[in-house]
Design a protein around this ligand. Structure first.
Ligand SMILES: [Zn+2]
Ligand SMILES: [Zn+2]
Length: 393
């Protein structure tokens, strides 16, 4: 495999330049106009059939070769974060308050580098769909592209995505079969009682006492209703109620965040929280209204596609640079929605460890994508595409 890595090393400078250009011009969710125009123009120049504006600012590039029936999807994300960059780099953000602090600039560059190589000298037989999505950071850009018909217009037999990971040695690939990243849901509970004088509580219905009881009761959902071997989080992150010590307020509001690594656990958390809030509120004579907002789904890597992705990693890098079954992560990722529709796998590429430049955590103002990964990441995509689209049906 050294020849493939050498070939992608040889063209890496161009794509490192592109990565730094994207880093210098970061754009927030659904505002990736410059970035997506850049991606689309490159793909077109290399002979891809390109669709722009899918899910807002998403781009799909399709390349069909031979008569093979297999269809592969590779996905990268393009959005930046609302963070003030503090790296001091020459190519640091030129937009105040916006920064590529999650390495999506690097993900885009790695997939473009692979796109270029595959167009020039890729040996494959079938359909390659390269998906550049907007708004991974909370905006659900993957879902928006799917609602716009992504997989109806570009059917895929399998789909893969890669995210960089600080703390993991540079260039190391880490895979995981099964649930790999958590779901994230949000709820706002509004309790409405009867306001009154603090000295005459019997003439009021106090939403603060009800809220306090609900906060404590919610602690029993994870400890009493969920299998101890399963991961679950229920956090009340905000309580808003009252203004003065002698006034019982009319209402109280709780903000809740909920995470799980299993679809059934996720459903049970929602059911138990809703039931508990309703029963508790009633017992205190106040009414409860719950605004439940589903966030990202549990990300589940399918067995067959993960096994295939592992084989490709081992072929490219050898056993000492591949983690075959990495631990799950409590963070969330909207590639989970694509994996609910199409089998596939999401893997990590080490951004650097220890005191190295790449070890700074994502979402930190000092973070930077490790450019040494452009060649390795793109070589991985090329090899995966060539292996997946090798045997025509
Ligand atoms: Zn992020
Ligand atoms: Zn990210």
């Amino acid at each position: 495999m050294s020849t493939l890595l050498e070939q992608l090393h040889a063209q890496a400078d161009e794509f490192i330049g592109l990565r730094r250009d994207i880093h210098h011009h970061p754009e927030l969710a659904f505002d990736e106009h410059r970035t997506s125009a850049l991606v689309a123009s490159k793909l077109e120049a290399w002979g891809y059939e390109v669709e722009r504006g899918l899910g807002g600012t998403g781009v799909v590039g399709r390349l069909v070769r031979g008569r093979g029936a297999r269809r592969l999807g590779l996905r990268a994300d393009m959005d930046a974060l609302p963070i003030d960059e503090a790296t001091g780099l020459a190519y640091a953000s030129s937009h105040a308050g916006v920064m590529h602090a999650c390495g999506h600039d690097g993900h885009t560059a790695m997939l473009l580098a692979a796109a270029h190589h595959l167009a020039e000298r890729g040996r494959f037989d079938g359909t390659l769909n390269l998906i550049f999505q907007p708004a991974e950071e909370g905006g659900g850009g993957a879902l928006r592209m799917m609602e716009d018909g992504l997989f109806d217009r570009y059917p895929c037999d399998a789909i893969f995505a890669m995210h960089n990971m600080p703390g993991l040695p540079q260039g190391r690939l880490a895979l995981r079969e099964g649930p790999a990243m958590a779901s994230s849901d949000y709820a706002t509970v509004t309790l409405t009682g009867i306001g009154g004088h603090g000295a005459m509580p019997h003439r009021a219905a106090d939403p603060i006492v009800a809220a306090a009881s609900i906060v404590m009761a919610l602690q029993t959902v994870v400890s009493r209703n969920i299998d101890p071997l399963q991961m679950a989080v229920v956090t009340v992150g905000a309580i808003h109620a009252g203004k003065a010590n002698n006034v019982i307020p009319q209402s109280a509001v709780l903000e809740i965040s909920v995470r799980a690594l299993d679809r059934e656990v996720r459903g049970r958390l929602e059911a138990r929280i809703k039931a508990l809030v309703a029963a508790q509120a009633e017992s205190f004579g106040v009414t409860a209204q719950i605004d439940w907002r589903p966030g990202y789904a549990v990300l589940v890597n399918t067995p067959e596609e993960t096994a295939f992705a592992r084989e490709v990693a081992l072929e490219l890098l050898g056993a000492d640079r591949v983690t075959l079954q990495a631990p799950a992560l409590p963070g969330s990722e909207d590639f989970a929605f694509m994996l609910e529709r199409v089998p596939g796998s999401y893997l990590l590429i080490g951004n650097g460890e220890g005191d190295s430049h790449g070890a700074c955590m994502v979402h930190n103002p000092g973070y930077d994508f490790n450019d040494d990964n452009v060649a390795i990441g793109s070589a991985y995509w090329v090899l995966l595409a060539e292996r997946f689209l090798r045997n025509a049906a």
